[in-house]
Write a protein that binds this ligand. Structure first.
Ligand SMILES: N#Cc1c(-c2ccc3ccn(Cc4ccc(CN5CCOCC5)cc4)c3c2)n[nH]c1N
Length: 244
């Protein structure tokens, strides 16, 4: 998979060079290219923003640098086009399902906005030649799209074949499709500062361990995400109906 990231703070994306994503890039599973949007400005101050039409606080990112950057890095007459992902507070909620959807793409491009956002014509113009998906990573306000891109790239990259050591762990994770939050995990020592590892996990009885883990998943989901528990219950009922 090729990933292009456009930002006025390219150093923010240095985190993509370390850990899991960094290893995937070094092994050739990922081709990560970070671009400084200011490379496509032409004035002395390398200006990327201007005042908003219609008034309002703050500044808006000018369309011209974005258009020239996209033309240069992903030319309209090229053999293929990327899927453009634009982080924004007004976007479609990012989810594990969307991470799987994006992990299936051969080429992704991410546009990191700043200020009060990117001129609306940038996405509209890009949509004339590539799929554009505006995405939000959550209901809180950030100062720009870079953190969102780090979140999304990590969630996507770990789904790519060969990136994580143990692909089976993907199936057991929260939000991975069975609908419940994952159970708590423990390792040695068996006792630590007065806290013991649950005895069942030391029993070697795989049936009891599996039952305990399921009960813990249900307990945690009921406590922290009752919405997921309700959806999980409905999906179980639907499966029973389909089977009967
Ligand atoms: N993903 C994600 C995000 C982002 C995100 C992503 C990209 C950019 C680019 C600029 N910003 C700053 C910004 C802040 C507030 C607002 C709201 N507007 C309301 C109407 O008045 C103007 C302002 C817009 C832009 C960004 C924030 N925030 N939260 C997420 N989950």
């Amino acid at each position: 998979m090729r990933l292009d990231v456009f930002s006025i703070f390219p150093e923010y994306l240095a985190a993509l060079d370390v850990s899991l994503v960094g290893k995937a890039a070094k092994s050739g599973l990922l081709d990560v290219r970070v671009h400084d949007l200011r490379d496509w400005t032409h004035d002395r101050h390398r200006t990327v923003d201007d005042t908003p039409y219609g008034g309002g606080a703050g500044m808006v990112m000018k369309p011209e640098p974005w258009g020239e950057a996209f033309d240069s890095v992903m030319p309209g007459d090229g053999p293929s086009q990327p899927r453009l992902v634009v982080p924004t507070p007004a976007g479609r909620p990012f989810s594990q399902d969307l991470a799987y959807e994006l992990a299936a793409e051969p080429w992704l491009a991410f546009a990191c906005g700043r200020y009060e956002g990117i001129d609306g014509r940038v996405a509209a113009h890009a949509a004339e030649r590539m799929q554009v998906t505006e995405v939000s990573i959550g209901d809180y306000v950030l100062n720009g799209g870079e953190v969102a891109v780090l979140v999304m790239v990590e969630a996507i990259a770990r789904l790519l074949p060969g990136v994580i050591g143990n692909p089976e762990s993907l199936a057991e994770e929260s939000h991975s499709g069975h609908g419940l939050l994952e159970y708590p995990v423990y390792t040695k020592p068996p006792a630590w500062r007065g806290h013991e590892v649950p005895e069942v996990l030391l029993s070697g009885n795989h049936k009891l361990i599996a039952e305990w883990r399921h009960e813990e998943s249900v307990r945690r989901t009921a406590e922290r995400r009752p919405d997921l528990l309700a959806a999980w219950g409905s999906s179980l009922a639907a499966e029973d109906d389909a089977a009967s």
